[in-house]
Design a protein around this ligand. Structure first.
Ligand code: KG4
Ligand code: ZN
Length: 336
């Protein structure tokens, strides 16, 4: 019988202190996420220095709870997987330090994992990943189309030329006076609005690239104009129009990529994958245009940051023979 692989995952790249224990890449034995969102929302966004301090305060408790809940002793671990980037440098250091300490203490291999690879592999909890696949990674810090020809091989075919999509959602929510994080608020509000406002089309450098900062400025200009001209308007209509414009861009690029890359699956990943309209568009529009491609939309719990996804990616890294040494450091701009 094959020996079970137990990976402890640690994630601290932004505002969630998280630790999870995953068996054989897909069976979650424990998954602890301590979110700092209530603290950062008072400031309208993540304050990096505050976030790093909170990770340092919480990481030991979170790791202890994850280990206790799993029923697995440290000695039985196969390896320790940790996010080394991309993310906020001070935050990443907290997780790395915890992972290196455990790795050294219990003499377990260390696996340095890319945060975005984690988002892609979160889908492993709901489906058997089939390669080649195409991933649309949409989060607070990134917007990418990634071609994954085989297990744990990544080629970024398109990315944003400016803001990330989640960042655009958060900034537009702020200028509409809606609070933080803006994504879920705009998502909900857009359901009650009409997408009647048109925004200019944006030009991108690469054929699968995105650009969102122009849409954010267009929203601001629209709001200024409506207020100056003392016109009646509904915030929900602006939210719905913005959402249709950003998601329209995602759909256009994804269709082009699906037409040009022969893939078995299309997977949605990252915090913005929680968006209800985006999920519906993938499952209706993309699915009917590309019936031979399996569309995978992750459950809401694994769209936002967690450590189970880092352990799931860690499983593939482990199988591929990847091992990190203690010189590995935080890399805020890590690429796959
Ligand atoms: O992946 P994530 O948890 O953190 C990063 O790695 O960046 O993504 C957080 C982002 C935030 O910008 C948040 O506004 C956005 O995901 N988000 C959403 C929704 N839920 C979270 N954006 C649009 N619609 C949502 N329902
Ligand atoms: Zn993330």
């Amino acid at each position: 019988m094959k020996e079970a692989v137990y990976i402890l995952g640690i994630e601290t790249s932004c505002d969630e202190t998280a630790c999870a224990l995953v068996k054989d890449g897909k069976e979650i034995l424990s998954n602890i996420v301590s979110s700092q969102i209530n603290i950062h929302s008072k400031f309208g966004g993540v304050i990096p220095e505050v976030a790093s301090r909170l990770h340092t305060e919480n990481i030991s408790l979170v790791v202890e709870e994850a280990l206790n809940n799993s029923g697995i002793e440290c000695d039985a671990l196969t390896a320790i997987a940790v996010t080394y980037g991309p993310g906020l440098v001070g935050c990443l250091h907290s997780g790395l330090l915890a992972a290196k300490t455990l790795s050294f203490l219990y003499q377990k291999p260390l696996l340095a994992i890319n945060h975005l690879a984690g988002h892609i592999y979160a889908n492993r909890f709901i489906a058997e990943l089939q390669f080649p696949l195409l991933a649309l990674v949409v989060s607070g810090g990134h917007s990418e189309l990634v071609y994954v020809p085989s297990d744990y091989e990544f080629t970024v075919i398109g990315s944003t030329n400016d803001d990330a999509i989640g960042e655009a959602y958060d900034k537009v929510a702020r200028l509409l006076g809606l609070g933080y994080p803006g994504g879920p608020i705009i998502d909900k509000l857009a359901k009650t609005g009409k997408a009647g406002y048109q925004f200019p089309q944006v030009k991108m450098s690469g054929e699968y690239d995105f650009s969102f900062s122009g849409l954010k400025s267009a929203c601001w200009q629209l709001l200024q104009r409506l207020q100056k001209e003392k016109q009646q308007y509904e915030i929900a209509d602006i939210a719905a129009s913005f959402q249709e414009a950003v998601l329209g861009q995602l759909m256009m690029r994804s269709k082009k990529a699906l037409a040009n890359y022969a893939v078995k699956q299309f997977v949605l990943a990252g915090g913005v994958a929680a968006n209800s309209r985006l999920r519906a568009l993938v499952l209706s529009e993309l699915a009917s245009l590309f019936p031979a491609v399996e569309m995978i939309v992750p459950p809401l719990w694994c769209c936002t940051d967690n450590a189970a996804m880092i352990a799931a990616a860690g499983y593939s890294a482990w199988q591929k023979g990847q091992r990190s040494d203690y010189y590995i450091s935080a890399d805020p701009a890590a690429i796959y």
